[in-house]
Design a protein around this ligand. Structure first.
Ligand code: ADP
Ligand code: MG
Length: 280
């Protein structure tokens, strides 16, 4: 039987706007199950509720109504707060806001220290987490001397060191240059291949095409949910929502309009190159 690591039932979340105390309904009604080991991409316009949903999964925010379960633990139950934070780690957009220590390896140790892990085991976890993100050789450095992509990989190492079942990435590549972005995406794909459940919020459609499931949010609701190939075949609908499609999908669309047959399974640039090269 498939195991659901995250289960969300009728989630509603409202913020109280500070200026005028007006309630902002950021999540209207979300029902979602995430299968253990899957790679789910979440896309949607700014303000559609993606970050609010992520923070509800990690118990940084608690539902206004409805229930969020992580590994079976209800996030509203205080007794399991650390089980939830350990099971579902989070990586945010700005690496500078996530690094707390002046030495890389201390930073990575911060999470496991908070979990009360024994020092020898922390040492091991820190080393192996730094190796996993290709940053071991930088372990003695000061984080502020690193590039944005390297800092983001340190933040990811800090989460890996807590040995989570699931990692929620909230636009982790948004502030990075192309090289930094590629480095972070390589790590995310590797973690998924190693069995970690990945939830990736992104506005890069190329990144979403790597997932095995794509969810589209709009105005606090999930409005589309399916395999990337299915979701990206709805080009008109996606554009109406103010979103892009992957470059290969756009190209396929233009070629089809000129009478060239391109299978709908082609959603990645490399796949398009392979397909077109057969006519060489
Ligand atoms: P996304 O991550 O998709 O851009 P968010 O979850 O950040 O969307 O925001 C969803 C809605 O909640 C938006 O209307 C946003 O303005 C509002 N919102 C987000 N954070 C706050 C906050 N701290 N106080 C009030 N409203 C907020
Ligand atoms: Mg956001």
């Amino acid at each position: 039987m498939k195991q659901q690591i995250i289960k969300i039932e009728n989630l509603k979340f409202c913020y109280t706007r500070e200026a005028d105390q007006v309630l902002v309904e950021a999540i209207k009604n979300v029902n979602l199950e995430v299968e253990k080991g899957s790679f789910v991409a979440v896309i949607g316009k700014n303000g559609s509720g993606k970050s609010t949903l992520a923070k509800n999964i990690n118990a940084l925010l608690l539902p206004s109504s409805g229930t969020v379960y992580v590994k079976g633990f209800d996030t509203k139950n205080d007794d399991h707060l650390w089980d939830i934070r350990q099971a579902a780690g989070m990586v945010f957009q700005n690496p500078d806001n996530q690094l707390v220590s002046s030495i890389v390896e201390d930073d990575v140790a911060f999470g496991p220290e908070n979990l009360g892990i024994a020092p020898e085991e922390i040492r091991q976890r820190v080393d192996s987490a730094l190796k996993a993100v290709n940053m071991y050789e930088h372990r003695k450095k000061a984080p502020h001397l690193l590039s944005g992509g390297q800092k983001q990989r340190i933040a990811i190492a800090g989460v890996i060191a807590m040995m989570p079942d699931c990692i929620i990435f909230d636009e982790p590549t948004a502030m990075l240059d192309p090289k930094g972005r590629a480095g972070v995406m390589a790590i995310i794909n590797k973690l998924h291949n190693e069995g970690i459940t990945v939830i990736l919020i992104t506005h890069f459609m190329e990144e979403a095409a790597d997932a095995d499931r794509v969810i589209i949010m709009d105005k606090g609701e999930i409005i589309l949910d399916g395999a990337p190939v299915e979701i990206f075949s709805e080009i008109g609908k996606i554009r109406e929502l103010g979103l892009d499609v992957p470059v290969a999908v756009d190209l396929a669309d233009k070629l089809r309009k000129r009478g060239i047959t391109i299978p709908k399974e082609i959603i990645r640039t490399e796949e398009m190159v392979e397909y077109l090269c057969q006519y060489k």
